[in-house]
Design a protein around this ligand. Sequence first.
Ligand code: ATP
Length: 235
Amino acid sequence: MLRVENLQAWYGHVQAIHGISLEVGKGELVTLIGSNGAGKSTTLKSIIGLIQKREGVIFFDGRDISRYMPANSLAAGIALVPEGRWIFPDLTVEENLKMGSFLQKNGREIAVTLEEQFELFPILKERRKQKGGTLSGGEQQMLAISRALMSKPSLLFLDEPSLGLAPQLVQSIFSLIKKLNKAGVSILLVEQNSTMALGIADRGYVIGSGKVLLTGTARDLLNDPKVQQAYLGYN
Ligand code: ATP
């Protein structure tokens, strides 16, 4: 479904990504793990064109999207839930969600998609008239995910969805991600919480210094002593 070959990306003159290749198959849940500053977020942003200074080949659903701008990537079916959520605090929950369907022109379809989202996230329905900024951290993360789903993506990029959430909420966000994946959305998940990410993923890539250091099934990575020591908090 997604095939990235030899991706390179730069911030100004500084190269952050040095030849990353990765794949996400249809229906797969794939995770990128690695330490702070390894290049995980930059990888997601480069794939969809948020970082313009990039090289490499990116195929999605058989199409070459290597030169796509973010709106084209979204229209092709890839939606990003950015790190830090970036919801609109002064817009209501419903208005925030509608921002996610800005490529959709048909008002009735938008209304149907909105109702589908309210079924998936009853708490957002309850809070539909409330301003985004008044929601709790966990609810804001749900809003950010739901807003991305408003574009009906076939591939969802999630950047640090559990960041800053209380442990119980972390659990429910991971359950939600698994549920979305089971419902047919392919997922590329960037996480600091490597143990939980590998716990729900099919496969993983360990990223370090802008490169793929290691890749394998989630189970193999969880059982790899090097991975355990460096990323899973084992001593
Ligand atoms: P984190 O979890 O801390 O976000 P990450 O693995 O996602 O880590 P990136 O955010 O992709 O890492 O950062 C990769 C490299 O690019 C780092 O060296 C970082 O300092 C640098 N970098 C990230 N964003 C910018 C930016 N806007 N301008 C310049 N350099 C950046």
